[in-house]
Ligand binder design. Structure first.
Ligand code: SF4
Length: 76
């Protein structure tokens, strides 16, 4: 049976929220009878996303509410 889990893969300081946050990926691991199938990433999220969507901050791509704002985008 396939297994679906949220895994932390990065920790960053978010300048927009002013705190450390975790970036998480929803990963599906294949059933044991499909050992050569690689894991698949279904979605990404920020551990602080619900809080950011619930207060006066503008949401961002990591909270799923504003695809035009990414606090970690390379601006160079
Ligand atoms: S949801 Fe976006 S703005 Fe809020 S902490 Fe996460 S990365 Fe920063």
């Amino acid at each position: 049976m396939a297994t679906k889990v949220w895994e932390i893969y990065k920790t960053r300081f978010c300048p927009q929220a002013g705190c450390d946050v975790y970036f998480e990926a929803e990963v599906v691991y294949p059933a044991e009878w499909l050992p050569e199938t690689p894991p698949r990433v279904l979605a990404h999220r920020c551990s602080h996303g619900i809080i950011c969507n619930d207060n006066e901050h503008v949401g961002c791509v990591w909270s799923g509410t504003n695809p035009l704002v990414d606090p970690f985008a390379d601006r160079s």
